[in-house]
Design a protein around this ligand. Structure first.
Ligand code: ZN
Length: 295
């Protein structure tokens, strides 16, 4: 494994908001290309209600389709315990549970208070441990919320503490609407890492305002070593108005490689995956480097 670990979330965060139905076969091909580029962890799908996010209705089929890929760790997002019941029958290394830093976003996104959500997460941890599946606790809108504007560092840090106490195997800090700035990221992530101790911390970045790379670098400087990005920068959150695409995996890998920071990823093959992801998206993807860098 490289000095940093990249989790590509394009099959889930990248495609969930895509209006054109992407076939199960196309999703499998995307994961296959990511795997060929030596991406070792992929957020493959989401067990949300098919009516809420029709693009993810084939969650089970996608996981069955990619189950045989060697050394590939698959993550599925689950919005509730019902989603977990569907997810647990698959070969998954981790389930990703989302809370929001603010009450309003949590209500709109999940329909629960933060306390109710945390209670359910505790039951999830107990069950997932029995099943041998790891849990990630992701904190959405950690740097700013479309409904409550300012999000205090305290709100985020309190949740990090509670997630750790609840037994999360990993904690993700998400800039869901791409509003973070590097100074904010650096300050908050240092505190998050302090509180988290041994619990691995990831940052999940959106490039809505073109600050994704700067924020990734600020996170790296603060000590973060796990990054959640999507090839070609496809995606965005369906429940976060104005949340344009994720930070592009290949742009971040390019930055790391230029700085001699090992990612373990084959950059040339990653560009193939990025091109393919772009071809699945009806939007104009945000990733830049694939337009100028070729082997
Ligand atoms: Zn996201």
């Amino acid at each position: 494994m490289g000095a940093v670990r990249i989790i590509d979330v394009s099959p889930r965060d990248g495609l969930q908001n895509e209006p054109k139905q992407v076939t199960t076969q196309e999703k499998e091909t995307l994961v296959k290309l990511l795997h060929a580029a030596r991406i070792r962890t992929v957020e493959a799908t989401s067990f949300v209600h098919p009516k809420k996010v029709p693009q993810m209705a084939d969650a089970s089929d996608v996981l069955v389709g990619i189950a045989g890929m060697k050394d590939l760790q698959s993550i599925a997002l689950i919005p509730n315990l019902k989603g977990y019941e569907r997810a647990r029958n698959h070969s998954l290394s981790e389930v990703n549970w989302v809370s929001s830093a603010t009450e309003t976003f949590n209500q709109k996104n999940i329909g629960l208070t933060i306390d109710e959500n945390m209670e359910q997460f505790q039951s999830l941890v107990a069950q997932a441990r029995k099943d041998g599946i790891q849990t990630c606790f992701s904190i959405a809108v950690s740097f700013g919320c479309p409904y409550e504007n300012n999000v205090s560092e305290d709100q985020v840090l309190k949740l990090v503490k509670r997630a750790k106490q609840a037994g999360a195997d990993r904690i993700g800090i998400a800039d869901t609407i791409g509003i973070a700035t590097p100074d904010h990221v650096h300050r908050l992530m240092k505190k998050v890492l302090d509180i988290a101790g041994e619990t691995p911390i990831a940052i999940h970045l959106h490039d809505t305002r073109g600050l994704g790379l700067a924020n990734a670098y600020a996170s790296y400087q603060a000590g973060v070593r796990i990054f959640e990005t999507a090839v070609s920068g496809i995606g965005g959150c369906p429940f976060a108005p104005g949340a344009a695409g994720n930070l592009a995996t290949e742009d971040l890998v390019y930055l790391f490689h230029r700085m001699n920071i090992d990612t373990g990823i084959d950059f040339a093959k990653l560009l193939d995956a990025a091109d393919y992801a772009a071809s699945l998206s009806t939007k104009n993807p945000l990733g830049r480097i694939r337009h100028v860098e070729r082997k």
